[in-house]
Write a protein that binds this ligand. Structure first.
Ligand SMILES: C[S@@+](CC[C@H](N)C(=O)[O-])C[C@H]1O[C@@H](n2cnc3c(N)ncnc32)[C@H](O)[C@@H]1O
Ligand SMILES: [Zn+2]
Length: 356
């Protein structure tokens, strides 16, 4: 009999197993994702969305917190019976009345249910891609689709052919591979939306070594606009030059070297600056103070990068400025008339419209 511990995240308490993170846990729980859950609470508050489907809920950690800390009404689902028992116990513990707690295979549930949701959260083991097509029809008007991918190795260029098999795009190992990876994931989701005449526009995204997470704003039609933001990133392994294009083909770099490419991928903006500002400024009247300096710093960094619509970044070493402090490099680039900011993707990264 597994012992569940009482976990405290934000203003929510719940039972979950603490142990080595693996599929072998009786119910999945990863304490390292607390920050990601915090951010989803700030996101939900900022968008004012209410009705949530926590499709792959495990202990219910995310859905419970969205209910308790962002006033959401939540339908929880998980295929694991043990998880469903735990969600029921955790809902009681937090005095939360769920819309429903179901024990179904996710795609079967979505194919047969009539309900629509303002926010659908897809947080699987590995790739979310096989849940997207069934989730789209379950989105209410202007609903949000939030997806997490933990299969980052194919996406960031370790297994480019696996990436092609799953996502229909080639990844590429570079210093900015995580951004390529998240943009390939975005493209694959956008493509599935387009097939149902639904535009899925990324409005907020973040990445770490272990997972990528993208929030898409859905809109009926407007699909051509979003498809026009799909293209390629070319990269020269010799001189480190990089650039994005729509559908022109390029073979050689200015330096004469053969270019590598990644894609097709989403080359539009991953963030809505106004939304991030709202997420930051919401930390006052009606909600309990919860944002820490860590959240604020993170959101401010995303806000800065959201203002520079360039789908890649450079590491300072690639620019030949490894000895300089990053903030100094940003300042100098701005003084020269370029846009520049640091990026959450890398502690050594600079996002800029400067090119060489
Ligand atoms: C990574 S965990 C979810 C973590 C959770 N969102 C959290 O914040 O702690 C993935 C969950 O999906 C469930 N699952 C896997 N495949 C499923 C399917 N086809 N249908 C429904 N649930 C599924 C697993 O039982 C597991 O609990
Ligand atoms: Zn070159």
């Amino acid at each position: 009999m597994t012992k569940y511990e009482i976990i405290n995240e934000g203003k929510t308490k719940f039972y979950a197993p603490l142990g080595k993170i693996s599929k072998k846990l009786p119910v999945f729980y990863n304490p390292a994702k607390e920050f990601d859950r915090d951010i989803s609470i700030l996101f939900l508050r900022a968008t004012g969305k209410e009705k949530v489907l926590d499709l792959l809920a495990a202990s219910g950690a995310r859905g419970l917190r969205l209910a308790k800390e962002a006033k959401a009404k939540v339908w929880f689902n998980d295929i694991n019976k043990e998880a469903v028992k735990l969600i029921k116990k955790n809902a009681k513990l937090n005095k939360i009345t769920p819309i429903k707690i179901s024990n179904n295979r996710a795609n079967e549930l979505m194919a047969t249910m009539k309900e629509k949701f303002d926010f659908i959260d897809i947080d699987p083991f590995g790739s979310p891609i096989n849940f997207i097509s069934q989730a789209i029809p379950r989105l209410a008007k202007d609903g949000i689709l939030a997806v997490t991918a933990t299969d980052t190795a194919p996406l960031f260029g370790v297994y480019p052919w696996t990436c092609f098999r799953k996502y229909g795009s080639f990844s590429l190992k570079t210093k900015f591979s995580h951004e390529i990876g998240i943009r390939i994931l975005a493209k694959a989701v956008i493509e599935l939306g387009a097939k149902q005449n639904i535009s899925l526009k990324p409005i907020f995204a973040h990445a770490t070594q272990h997972y990528y997470r993208i929030y898409f704003q859905s809109k009926r039609s407007h699909v051509k606009e979003i498809l026009q933001d799909i293209g390629f990133i070319y990269y020269c392994p010799k001189c480190k030059r990089r650039f994005a294009t729509k559908f022109e083909m390029h073979e050689k770099c200015k330096c004469g070297n053969k270019l590598s490419f990644a894609g097709p991928l989403y080359i539009g903006n991953l963030w809505d600056s106004k939304l991030i500002k709202t997420m930051i400024s919401l930390e006052n009247p009606k909600y309990i103070k919860q944002m820490t300096k860590k959240h604020e710093k993170f959101l401010n960094r995303l806000l800065e990068e959201s203002k520079i619509n360039v789908p890649y970044f450079y590491e300072v070493g690639e620019l030949g400025w490894e000895d300089k402090k990053l903030d100094e490099v940003v300042k100098e680039l701005k003084k020269e008339g370029f846009k520049a900011s640091r990026t959450h993707f890398s502690g050594k990264g600079i996002r800029t419209n400067y090119s060489f």
